[in-house]
Design a protein around this ligand. Structure first.
Ligand SMILES: CC(C)(COP(=O)(O)OP(=O)(O)OC[C@H]1O[C@@H](n2cnc3c(N)ncnc32)[C@H](O)[C@@H]1OP(=O)(O)O)[C@@H](O)C(=O)NCCC(=O)NCCS
Length: 169
């Protein structure tokens, strides 16, 4: 059963493992392939603890940690944030955890934080992720041609967003 708990210090080595996982690493960030390490993630966590614009969670299957879901650049003023999601453990991808975690974080953003909009960036070729986002109602707001150079070629990048329909506007 899926459980979602806020990041703690013990997640630091897991972040290193998952963010360096080649199956995850090639699909995330504006510099795919870029590796992290324990020192960088310790630093990240130290800053995270002080940073009110970030909320990161560990996804569990029962008591087994399997991935990360989170929000960064949370803007109280604009009522928006950027979404990040990755199932870091290979054995747990394609089993519905991504979908459930996405549902959870959208609810958290819209019901708890009362945000109006969630943004994300995704490679056009990451069809699993793009289709998953579309199934929740994310729309493509930006199409950046040949935005990122990685593994010997340029990759198109999409900017997607979902809106809080309940928000009074
Ligand atoms: C994208 C990601 C979070 C999705 O999570 P997941 O647990 O693997 O996906 P789910 O099992 O919840 O499946 C979600 C949908 O994608 C489909 N799907 C899952 N894996 C798939 C695959 N390998 N090929 C095609 N479709 C796939 C499922 O069928 C499901 O669709 P459905 O509801 O219509 O059946 C996960 O695959 C992942 O972490 N990928 C690597 C990192 C990444 O791409 N992060 C997003 C960067 S923007």
């Amino acid at each position: 059963m899926i459980k979602i708990r806020e990041h703690t210090k013990k997640d630091i080595p897991l972040r290193v493992k998952w963010l360096n996982n080649p199956k995850v690493n090639k699909l995330i960030g504006d510099e795919p392939g870029k590796r992290t390490n324990l020192q960088k993630q310790k630093e990240w966590f130290k800053n995270y603890e002080k940073d009110k614009t970030k909320k990161f969670f560990t996804i569990y299957n029962d008591e087994t940690p399997i991935g990360i879901v989170g929000l960064s650049n949370i803007s109280k003023n604009n009522k928006n944030a950027d979404l990040f999601i990755a199932i870091g453990e290979d054995a747990y991808r394609g089993q519905g955890f991504g979908k459930k975690a996405l549902n959870w974080i959208i609810n958290f953003a819209f019901e708890k934080l009362k945000l109006n909009k969630i943004n994300l960036g995704v490679f056009e070729e990451n069809k699993t992720a793009v289709n998953l986002y579309k199934s929740f109602g994310f729309e493509i707001e930006g199409f950046m041609k040949e935005e990122v150079y990685f593994a010997g070629k340029f990759h198109n990048f999409l900017s997607m967003a979902i809106f809080n329909k309940k928000n009074n506007k």
